[in-house]
Design a binder for this molecule. Structure first.
Ligand code: PLP
Length: 447
């Protein structure tokens, strides 16, 4: 039985216009003290959240189709996760694993060795954020291979630190004016079925990328290829079948570390524990964060023992990495995902949502593409009659949905993608209501 939120009523209900007066007052206070560079896509302040709803400071109950960017798959206050956090916090909040270690960290590593693809010997290191995980995966790959070049893809998003910005593809808002960026990062074309030449197969798209790598860098200079199995911020781009396996095979053949950045796709979100598994790809290193700890900051890299153990003691770590409260939250989250079979729940969400999104694509010329897997689904919005991106429409539709009490996020290199990332525990009725509101917003503005 799935815990679909029992503490708060699982329904949409608006008692003020959005944002309400209390949210507006908080925005005024915020503008005086919070850095302008930190944006919020929904100017509504949260007071409570449970299952598939967020209740704001004015008492409005919103349907959450974003999970705080794919984080709260188990909901934002699952009782098992909340209890594990409280229990651990009452014992100790921190000792630093690099000083006085504790069992929770070891147990998380044991779990991730089980859950990540492949049955080879694995090692794990824990960090605080997705960007930190990606940085550390690259440190490991460089040290283990003795090479320095790193390959990333068009439309990639890997974080906001200097090295991960070098990997990230999009100038605004992420990179513009923040350079110079870390050197020896190389970008090659992604497989983007909606925008690639018609009929380009996954194998052909991989050959296009590999040809560029070999010509511009040389295979024996490449330490790692870093790729999101389904791109997140870049627009929920699902590569053509065969693309990921071909790249992984090429990497193996040339001693290149294949790093799957599963920070957004990982941990049940796409209907499997990891998106790599949909095509039987076994990455050398998997990066994880977002969904792993029910909202607590925790990130991980899990990879081949010989790669991670190549690093000298003290070469990896950080003061807070694998914080014990975050580890307790992760263990509870993974247990919930297993006992409530949230990978199956993600597949069920796709079963409900995809036919409705496809029907919208049939009805409205502005819906150019419907894609994604499991509970990671998206609509790419375009100008009618072609494929020119329609970012203003995506923004308007998200704002319209919000005004009716539904939180949906946008993404995409062109800013024209509406993405759905509901909590995996959202109830069917609540999900349907959220999809109705989204459909109506599209019909209102997309004709
Ligand atoms: C969000 C994200 C990151 C960065 O994670 P942070 O925790 O924000 O640093 C890295 N990679 C992918 C694929 C992401 O979606």
């Amino acid at each position: 039985m799935t815990y679909s939120g029992q503490r708060l009523p699982q329904k949409r209900s608006l008692v003020t216009a959005l944002p309400g007066p209390r949210s507006e007052a908080l925005t005024a206070r915020r503008d005086r003290v919070v850095a302008a560079g930190v944006g919020s896509s929904v100017p509504v302040y949260a007071a409570d959240a449970d299952g598939g709803v967020i209740v704001d400071v004015d008492g409005n109950s919103l349907i959450d189709l974003g999970s705080g960017i794919a984080v709260t798959g188990v909901g934002a206050s699952h009782p098992a996760v909340a209890a594990a956090i409280a229990e651990q916090a009452a014992r100790f909040t921190h000792t630093c694993f690099m000083v006085t270690p504790y069992e929770g960290y070891v147990r998380v590593a044991e779990e991730l060795a089980e859950l990540t693809p492949g049955d080879h010997a694995k090692r794990t290191a824990l960090f605080n954020s997705g960007a930190e995980a990606v940085e550390n995966a690259i440190k490991v790959a460089r040290l283990a291979t003795g090479r320095s070049a790193v390959v990333a893809f068009d439309h990639a998003y890997h974080g906001r630190t200097n090295l991960t910005l070098a990997l990230t593809a999009k100038a605004m808002p992420y990179k513009a004016h923040f350079g110079p960026f870390a050197p020896d990062i190389h970008r090659v074309p992604m497989s983007y079925p909606y925008r690639d030449p018609a009929g380009l197969t996954g194998a052909q798209a991989a050959a296009r990328a590999i040809e560029q790598i070999e010509r511009q860098i040389g295979a024996d200079s490449v330490a790692a290829v870093v790729i999101e199995p389904i791109q997140g911020e870049g627009g929920f781009i699902v590569p053509a079948p065969g693309f990921l396996p071909a790249l992984a095979d090429w990497a193996t053949a040339h001693g290149v570390v294949f790093i799957a950045d599963e920070v957004q796709t990982g941990l049940a979100r796409t209907g499997a524990w990891f998106a790599s598994a949909h095509e039987g790809v076994v990455p050398d290193i998997v990066t994880m964060a977002k969904g792993i700890a029910g909202g607590m900051p925790l990130a991980a890299i899990t990879g081949r023992a010989e790669l991670l153990d190549a690093v000298h003691a003290g070469g990896l770590g950080g003061t807070y990495g694998g914080n014990p409260v975050a580890c307790a939250a992760a263990l509870a989250t993974l247990e919930v995902m297993r006992t409530e079979d949230l990978p199956a729940r993600a597949r069920r969400i796709e079963e409900i949502a995809r036919p409705r999104l496809s029907a919208l694509a049939g009805e409205l010329a502005v819906v150019g593409d419907v894609r994604g897997r499991g509970a990671m689904l998206a609509l790419e919005l375009v100008e009618p009659g072609g494929a020119d991106p329609a970012p203003a429409l995506a923004k308007t539709v998200a704002a319209e949905a919000l005004s009716h009490g539904v939180v949906v996020l946008t993404c995409g290199s062109y800013g024209n993608v509406i993405r759905l990332l509901p909590p995996l525990v959202i109830g069917d009725d609540l999900l349907s209501d959220g999809l109705d509101v989204l459909a109506q917003a599209l019909r209102t503005h997309g004709r």
